[in-house]
Design a protein around this ligand. Structure first.
Ligand code: MN
Length: 298
């Protein structure tokens, strides 16, 4: 099942070339703040699932081509992200140390990315005004938590997965705190919808790729993850309670590279989804914290 947040807060199921509006299954008020309709949908999915088939026959529909798809989860409890989780990417970031395990996700754990950096499949990636810095794309599988929990064992972890989505972890390269470098608005595009786990049975064998202006930059398969999907859930829940709708960005494969004004970025994950985003140069973001030369002489 492919579940979308569409037309500013409505919940839809993509059925062929149309979107069926099922917002009323969770009494979702599209204009409510905070916008938590999709969290309610995910949290109550097991209860409402038996009614979805019948609801699909009666729901109002619009053509998929005329629906505006938004970020499927805009108000999660948290966005967890794993660094350095594919061997080949570690090779390009840190070569010749001989101490790889200390620097990969199995030894480093995870970090958090700001929830407000989430954006949708129709939104541009807006580059901050940091002309001296490289801003990179990272192509990542997003794991969406369904059933929450703490201290989830590895052998039960996939029972807690609601589904998957495409996610680009955008980052300003540098030595500043990672959460700041990765949390600019629009630095976490996710979408174009959520694909439920039953449609992605082989999470350990998913092709993913990212291209910029048609040129393939990243191409990988989840079989090359260092910390796998169940292990990521186990590690995260050893620290914190996971809640329905929490997002885990599973780390990038090799091939990270620069994004520039007017680029078009496509992320494609087999069986999960595909989206193409425009990159725009924005005017916000400048701050002395990024200006190391000025900081040293001030
Ligand atoms: Mn990343």
């Amino acid at each position: 099942m492919k579940i979308a947040n569409f037309n500013q807060g409505r919940i839809g199921i993509i059925d062929g070339d149309s979107v069926a509006d099922v917002s009323d299954l969770v009494a979702c008020d599209p204009v409510a703040w905070p916008p938590t309709g999709m969290l309610q949908f995910i949290a109550s999915f097991e209860q409402i699932k038996p009614r979805i088939g019948e609801r699909l026959r009666t729901a109002s529909r619009i053509p998929l081509s005329s629906a505006v798809l938004n970020c499927p989860i805009v108000w999660p409890n948290k966005v967890i992200a794993y660094p350095a989780n594919y061997h080949a990417h570690i090779g390009e970031m840190k070569t010749g140390t001989g101490l790889i395990s200390k620097f990969d996700a199995s030894g480093q754990g995870f970090f958090l990315k700001s929830n407000s950096s989430l954006s949708g499949p129709g939104d541009p990636i807006v580059l901050p005004a940091l002309p001296d810095r490289e801003i990179h794309h990272e192509c990542e599988l997003a794991i969406i938590i369904g059933k929450g929990g703490r201290s989830i064992p590895v052998d039960r972890a996939v029972d807690h997965v609601f589904g998957y989505s495409c996610l680009i972890d955008v980052v300003v390269r540098g030595k500043e705190e990672r959460v700041m470098r990765k949390s600019f608005d629009t630095f976490c595009p996710m979408g174009p919808y959520l694909t439920t786990a039953d449609e992605v049975p082989h999470y350990e064998d998913i092709d993913l790729e990212l291209n910029v202006n048609g040129e393939t930059r990243q191409k990988a398969n989840t079989r090359d993850l260092i910390v796998g999907v169940p292990e990521m859930i186990a590690m995260a829940s050893s620290v914190m309670m996971l809640h329905p709708g929490d997002i885990i960005a599973s780390g990038t494969p090799a091939g990270v590279g620069r994004l520039k004004d007017k680029d078009r970025v496509t992320i494609r994950i087999a069986g999960v989804g595909e989206m193409t985003l425009d990159v725009e140069q924005g005017n916000d973001g400048a701050h002395p914290v990024w200006n190391k030369a000025a900081a040293l002489t001030a």
